[in-house]
Design a binder for this molecule. Structure first.
Ligand SMILES: N[C@@H](CCC(=O)N[C@@H](CS)C(=O)NCC(=O)O)C(=O)O
Length: 203
């Protein structure tokens, strides 16, 4: 799709929340300008940024005046705005609910499990590593079972569910969680990595 003025993504390259928004832009083939917000230098606390998101977190997008904060809100916005085929966010009530279920998992189990374990282990944030790792293992046991009989999280085709879950699952080893015991998860990660436009998280 051609946009006269690209979407601006305010993000931080090492953030999985930010990566999932960036990944969606890439998978939809949308041009965007990336504006780095250095969250470890406090750039999310400036008045300018907090006008975009008073919660002071990345990612945020500005689509030519439409400002959307929160990674999963961004996924939903982009799918509704730019995916005319309704492939990424099904229109039927059951399909939409299936996708929403995983978006909730992304903002719950995934955030408090693998994402938190990573921020503790990789960035030295002081929180309970064992508790985060235990949540991660529980989540990955469920994911492993669910992925054992399907190609993507909601059936045979990729949806927002896969985009929302991919980023922090792919870097879970950085939080001390080995993915070796989860072959179905590793196969699914590779499938997402094979989608046209895919670009991974920097190490
Ligand atoms: N619910 C938000 C959470 C985003 C989030 O926690 N972002 C982190 C980076 S991974 C952040 O900006 N942290 C800065 C801070 O809390 O000061 C979303 O999904 O976008």
């Amino acid at each position: 799709m051609h946009l006269a003025q690209p979407i601006t993504l305010y993000g931080y390259k090492l953030s999985g929340h930010s990566h999932r928004a960036e990944l969606m832009l890439r998978l939809l083939g949308l041009p965007f300008a990336f504006e780095a917000i250095d969250i470890f230098a406090g750039a999310q606390k400036t008045e300018r940024f907090q006008k975009l998101n008073p919660f002071g977190t990345v990612p945020v997008i500005d689509d030519r005046g439409t400002v959307v904060a929160d990674s999963v809100a961004i996924l939903v916005y982009l799918a509704n705005r730019y995916d005319d085929r309704r492939a990424w966010l099904p229109a039927d009530p059951a399909g939409a609910a299936e996708v929403q279920r995983w978006l909730s998992v992304a903002q719950g189990w995934l955030a408090f499990g693998p994402a938190r374990a990573r921020i503790i282990q990789k960035f030295g944030v002081k929180q309970d590593l064992a508790a985060a790792q235990a949540l991660a293992q529980r989540l990955f046991q469920v994911l492993e079972t669910e992925l054992s009989d399907r190609t993507f999280l909601v059936g045979e085709n990729p949806t927002l569910a896969d985009v929302a879950l991919y980023s922090y699952t792919s870097v879970a080893p950085e939080g001390g969680i080995d993915l070796a015991p989860y072959p179905a998860i590793r196969t699914w990660l590779s499938r997402v990595e094979g989608l046209p436009g895919f670009e991974g998280m920097p190490q």
